[in-house]
Design a protein around this ligand. Structure first.
Ligand code: G6P
Length: 365
């Protein structure tokens, strides 16, 4: 109990540590408005002409990989192929000696990710590890390692490590762009906003009661549909995973535009929708999907940003985060999806720190 510092569960404590983790992951890595990775000095030449990056990961780490894909692909000419490690390792790969593979694993011990790294290295690729655990197998077997510096994560459900992963991956993407000569005010603005993120998180975490109340209302549903577009999609996937892991409520996530290709058939009064929809350039598209869901009488929880005047018209319940730029919502919206899942589980009397059938790190296949 002493280790929980007054929090009911490690999961809640770790969510509240996110502002600190944001500081830790950026410390020493942003100087004079530019990103610095001393660890990657030896990779600089390779990154200059890079136009393809492969990323491998499992679970929550895979969702961080997807956010990285959206970020780097939208802002540069680099293609990012994010693949789940257990799929990557059993498929014929076509890596070339100049290719860079990023392996993401909080624990650095996930068997499928380690095997993927071994396979990539056999094909001559250079592997960059992103992990939280110093001296982990992943860090030992990779060519370069970037540490999350998030501190130990006790709760089985990954929370603070996920926020750190996305932030670190964004910094890495910005570094790649700088090395490639893609750099302008937009990038400077992103760095500026990232530096203000810890403060924005603190402010957000002051108002968890709203999320708690909403979670209490939805705890008895047996199903949940998470939807999102663009940057909202990886967040929707992670939201559904968190809810499944700790509340055992069936949750599924789809790109909002896919609803009409099947999943919408399931929706109705007993099947609510959690829409991750910041008021970004895709909002009008997601809005029409929400309206379609409502016409099936599905209840809507909308996660959006302040100042979205249509929010209450569209949804039964709304969670607001601060206004930001489109690219940063995957970071900004993360505590909201985590807290929603946490409070649902807690309201159901479940222990979110030790979900049934799950292990913190999966070291066997
Ligand atoms: C387990 C954990 C998840 C985690 C996944 C990948 O399934 O329960 O929370 O996302 O492993 O773990 P890693 O340590 O490789 O990030």
């Amino acid at each position: 109990d002493a280790q929980k510092s007054g929090f009911k569960h490690f999961m809640l404590k770790e969510i509240f540590e996110e502002p600190m983790c944001l500081v830790s992951v950026m410390t020493g890595r942003i100087k004079n408005g530019k990103v610095h990775f001393e660890e990657l000095e030896g990779l600089k030449e390779r990154l200059k002409n890079i136009n393809f990056v492969k990323v491998v990961a499992c679970g929550t780490s895979y969702h961080a990989a997807l956010s990285f894909k959206y970020f780097l692909e939208n802002l540069s000419d680099v293609n990012v192929d994010a693949e789940i490690s257990s799929e990557f390792r059993y498929k014929r790969q076509h890596l070339k000696p100049n290719d860079v593979v990023i392996a993401i694993s909080q624990s650095g011990e996930t068997a499928d990710t380690l095997e993927s790294v071994r396979l990539a290295k056999r094909q001559g690729a250079t592997v960059v590890a992103i992990t939280n655990v110093v001296g982990s197998t992943l860090s030992r077997e990779s060519d370069f390692t970037l540490y999350l510096n998030a501190g130990p994560e006790i709760s089985v459900a990954a929370t603070k490590s996920y926020v750190s992963q996305i932030t670190l991956l964004y910094l890495l993407a910005l570094k790649i762009m700088e090395i490639k000569g893609i750099w302008d005010e937009k990038h400077e603005g992103l760095i500026d906003r990232l530096l203000r993120m810890p403060e924005i998180f603190e402010k957000f975490l002051d108002q968890v009661d709203n999320i708690h109340q909403i979670a209490a209302k939805y705890k008895d549903f047996k199903h949940f549909m998470y939807i999102g577009r663009g940057y909202g999609y990886p967040t929707a996937l992670e939201g559904a995973l968190k809810l499944k892991e700790i509340s055992y409520i069936h949750a599924t996530a789809y790109p909002a535009g896919e609803l009409k290709h099947g999943p919408i058939a399931m929706l109705g009064p007993d099947f609510p929708v959690f829409a991750v929809a910041p008021n970004d350039f895709l909002f009008s598209k997601t809005k029409s999907n929400i309206i379609e869901c409502r016409s099936r009488k599905a209840r809507i929880v909308l996660l959006t940003n302040e100042g979205n005047e249509e929010a209450f018209e569209l949804a039964d319940d709304v969670i607001f985060v601060s206004n930001s730029i489109d690219e940063l919502y995957p970071i900004l919206m993360t505590p909201a999806i985590q807290l929603f899942a946490y409070y649902v589980a807690d309201e159901l009397g479940l222990d979110p720190d030790k979900p049934r059938n799950l292990a913190k790190s999966v070291t066997v296949e």
